[in-house]
Design a protein around this ligand. Structure first.
Ligand code: HEM
Length: 492
């Protein structure tokens, strides 16, 4: 290991460009005693301190945004829980640099759910682009997205219309509406309608889709989940959720229903032909499409939409009024909600980016060092060995105080104007910078533009109908829970 005062000259890929002569430091932190260290960290992380506090307290203790720790689930589910944490806007983007890192089987971190959840196949999101199937599958998905382009806006408007009607009827019946459940229903409907031309309620899935997929997601991701039970239940929860993998048979027959519907859908038929032309079997392609619909799309929207509602809701009446003014003026002058109209709504666009910055829907990103490499933070360089696991905790990187002023504050106008737009390269929600586009050979979400568009349409359609709203929020095992308490209908 080099001494503290050794100077290196390597520039990081990030264009945040810290000085090139940063001191090379040893990465602070340790992994504790074998077996006991990872268990202690898991308890501290989940039960005694909480995720953010655990990370923050170590960042403060080591005075460093790069340090070592054990990551969930640790003992007994993984052989190696050791990670190097990256928490600032300079070091985080090394996770996107595929010349330096490998993305094989790291979607969920240090563990990989059983392939029995995905028909025995490693789906695209678990593949490194050096594996030939990654690029073929991603090409298929990019072409699927392109083929739906003209239906993005009308299909999302239809689904949002149902969502808002359901919120209103819940409020009139019960005095409030739990947004998450209604939003999950909308997201599942939207995904099946958009990608597979299928209305799930007309199939054997019926209304069960969101529950089936939520159960399927839980069974795969339980090692990362804490239910928030009373402290006295910690040991019991920890034993059942974090020490052995839960089996896939709990969801097997339900998963089969979704698979059958997706396999049979007419839109999918030509997709499966395309997959075969690319050298991917129909069964493997169909399991990949279920994963795309359930894990990537539904899973992402399950976290994103409540977070968007939460931050817009907390923005208060002034933000709501400004959004109303912008949205209604542009829609009137452009004659409707079109791609061109949306492009002109600078505040609406900024609000969506700000929500993606302050509460990124997928907070954890991982990658393995392909070679010995040097990672830079704002103020130091660190040597990482080949094969070490890097763990980026995104909410810290996108709230980096050296990049964002008042980073903990939701500022709706943050990304407005030339200066604001310069900050977009520090928004990483899609597993890349917001200024980069997905390709078949990178690991960025191929639906980056669709997700941003859909979020904008949600804000637009909302403020075309309502002047303002109030909410109540709570923290969930994954993401935020939002209850809509009141809606003020549009007066103009
Ligand atoms: C709100 C919704 C969404 C969010 C928040 C989201 C987020 C992400 C993130 C963070 C990744 C990278 C995961 C990683 O490797 O760490 C990713 C990958 C991916 N997403 Fe999305 N996504 C969303 C919607 C969608 C949709 C609608 C699709 C449908 C096409 C999709 C398809 C994919 C695929 C196929 C990958 C793997 C890419 C690759 O392996 O190169 N996502 N998404």
């Amino acid at each position: 290991m080099a001494s503290d005062d050794q100077i290196i000259t390597q520039q990081p890929k990030s264009d945040q460009s810290p000085p090139s002569n940063l001191p090379l430091k040893e990465i602070p932190g340790d992994y504790g005693l074998p077996i006991l260290g990872p268990i202690k960290d898991r308890y501290d992380y989940n039960y005694f301190e909480g995720h953010d506090e655990f990370i923050k307290s170590r960042m403060e203790k080591y005075q460093s945004t790069v340090f070592r720790m054990n990551m969930l689930p640790g003992q007994f589910m993984v052989s190696n829980p050791k990670v190097v944490v990256l928490l600032d806007a300079v070091s985080f983007p090394v996770l996107f640099d595929l010349s330096k890192v490998e993305k094989k089987d790291v979607l969920d971190g240090t563990f990989v759910p059983s392939l029995a959840f995905t028909g025995g196949y490693r789906t695209c999101a678990y593949l490194d682009p050096s594996e030939p199937k990654h690029n073929k599958l991603k090409r298929l998905f990019i072409s699927l997205l392109a083929s739906c382009h003209d239906r993005f806006i009308p299909e999302s408007q239809n689904c949002l219309n149902d969502l808002f009607k359901n919120i209103e009827s819940n409020i009139s019946e019960k005095g409030e509406a739990y947004f998450n459940t209604l939003s999950d229903d909308m997201a599942f409907d939207f995904v099946l309608r958009l990608f597979f031309n299928t209305n799930p309620t007309d199939t054997k899935i019926g209304k069960d889709g969101p529950n089936i997929i939520s159960k399927w997601l839980f069974l795969q991701l339980h090692p990362l989940i804490t239910l928030g039970l009373p402290k006295m239940m910690s040991c019991v929860e920890d034993f059942f959720l974090h020490t052995f993998p839960l089996p896939s048979f709990f969801v097997k027959s339900d998963y089969q229903k979704i698979y059958d519907v997706i396999y049979a859908s007419s839109a999918c038929a030509s997709l499966l032909d395309q997959a075969e032309e690319l050298g991917i079997g129909r069964d493997e392609a169909a399991h990949n499409l279920v994963f795309l619909a359930g894990f990537n799309a539904f899973g992402g929207m399950k976290a994103l939409f409540p977070a968007l509602m939460k931050w817009v809701g907390l923005g208060g009446e002034k933000l709501h009024k400004d959004l109303v003014d912008e949205i209604r003026t542009v829609v009137k002058s452009e004659g409707g909600v079109t791609f061109g109209a949306i492009e002109k709504m600078t505040l609406t666009k900024s609000v969506v980016y700000e929500a993606l910055r302050i509460e990124p829907p997928v907070p954890y990103q991982y990658a393995k060092a392909k070679e010995d490499l040097v990672i830079q933070s704002h103020d130091a360089s660190f040597q990482v060995k080949k094969g070490e696991m890097l763990f980026g905790y995104q909410p810290f990187a996108t709230k980096d105080p050296k990049v964002f002023e008042n980073p903990e504050e939701f500022i709706g106008t943050r990304f407005v104007g030339e200066e604001g737009e310069k900050l977009l390269k520090y928004v990483f929600w899609s597993n890349e910078r917001e200024t980069v586009s997905p390709t078949e050979s990178n690991k960025q979400c191929p639906a980056k533009d669709l997700v941003v568009l859909l979020s904008r349409v949600m804000v637009i359609e909302f403020f075309l109908r309502y002047d303002s709203f109030t909410i109540q929020i709570k923290k969930l095992p994954l993401g935020s829970g939002v209850t809509v308490k009141s809606l003020t209908k549009a007066t103009t």
